[in-house]
Design a protein around this ligand. Structure first.
Ligand SMILES: [Fe+2]
Length: 346
């Protein structure tokens, strides 16, 4: 018996499909194998964006449009497997945002949660719900869902940070809201040190009750993160796959800093040669320090400071460092964990 349908059977099926198609009904068996796959079947591809290539384009964008006119002057890091879909992985958005001296990116708030990871320059600020924080390279800053935020640069140098947002997740759930206030920047009533004093010292105010699942600490300065990693590197042997790796947590709950976006910082010792690793969360990396290589699937990319790269879900990857390297990364891991979907293998 042949598995190929006889011509009359094929024609009969086609006629049936055409008939039910008009009423928005479709046969599952024609698409089943593409939906239920033995392993993740992501369109996300491994890729690396060199800072040296992107930085001139960021500067060119700065000459073409103002931050105010653009609302957010950002060059999106679009995954080559997801072109035109404004995303770096299947679930996450990433972009490099430029604020020039004297510019303001006007206030707004939206359902999407955002992280900022500072890549280049210092002295610009992000204001979140009335509290302003001045940012430096390697700092991790959170804009929780539905909080007012604006950015400004009173310094004398251009500043670039990586934006990471859960846009595709919120879009999947059709839960997007956006609001713009009449005035372009918010009245800042509190200093940048306030939330850090409350929550940045493994302590918190007595009687504090969290109002949301997002961390009440919205600024994680790099010098603290870097000191912690240096101490760990002195104390412990590195993990065979990912070296010394810390996750950014919500100090009030111990969970991830953002409920939809998991963010981490890791240190790879000089000469590190990682073992193959894979996990179900496609991950976007920003290189802070050092040089090395990421091998993802059949591709190998050399990385250096301020480069960005992406490793797709379930693709075996290997990290190597020629000099001591520090990597920031983010993914949808908290969402997968809460849904009992996250897996890793090594
Ligand atoms: Fe925003």
């Amino acid at each position: 018996m042949s598995a190929v349908p006889q011509p009359n059977v094929a024609a009969e099926r086609k006629a049936f499909y055409d008939k039910i198609d008009k009423a928005n009904v479709a046969p599952l068996w024609e698409v089943l194998h593409g939906i239920l796959t033995p392993t993740p079947n992501t369109p996300c591809k491994p890729y690396l964006w060199k800072w040296d290539a992107v930085w001139p384009w960021i500067q060119e964008a700065g000459r073409l449009i103002t931050a105010k006119e653009a609302e957010r002057r950002v060059l999106v890091l679009e995954n080559p497997g997801l072109r035109g879909r404004t995303r770096v992985t299947h679930s996450m958005y990433a972009g490099l945002q430029l604020i020039l001296p004297g510019e303001v990116a006007p206030a707004h708030r939206h359902s999407q949660s955002a992280l900022r990871f500072i890549v280049h320059g210092k002295g610009a600020y992000t204001a979140v719900d009335g509290e302003r924080v001045t940012m430096s390279p390697g700092d991790f800053v959170i804009t929780p869902s539905w909080t007012w935020h604006d950015h400004g640069n009173p310094s004398s140098e251009p500043m670039v940070w990586l934006d990471g947002l859960d846009i595709a997740i919120v879009e999947l759930l059709d839960a997007q809201f956006l609001e713009r206030p009449p005035e372009e920047s918010q009245q800042t009533t509190r200093t940048g040190g306030e939330s850090f004093a409350r929550f940045g010292n493994t302590m918190m105010p007595v009687g504090f009750t969290p109002k949301s699942k997002t961390s009440p600490l919205f600024w994680y300065p790099y010098d603290r993160t870097r000191d912690a990693l240096a101490e760990l590197a002195r104390a412990d042997a590195p993990h065979p796959c990912y070296g010394h790796k810390l996750k950014y947590t919500n100090p009030a709950t111990g969970g991830w800093a953002i409920p939809t976006i998991g963010s981490c910082m890791q240190l790879l010792p000089k000469g590190f040669r990682g073992q193959p690793y894979r996990s179900t969360d496609s991950t976007c990396y920003s290189v802070v320090e050092g040089k090395g290589r990421i091998k993802a699937g059949d591709e190998t990319f050399a990385f250096g400071p301020k480069d960005h790269f992406v490793v797709p879900s379930w693709m075996p990857s290997v990290l190597e460092a020629d000099s001591e390297a520090v990597l920031f990364s983010f993914s949808d891991r908290p969402v997968q964990e809460v849904l009992d979907l996250w897996r890793e293998a090594y």
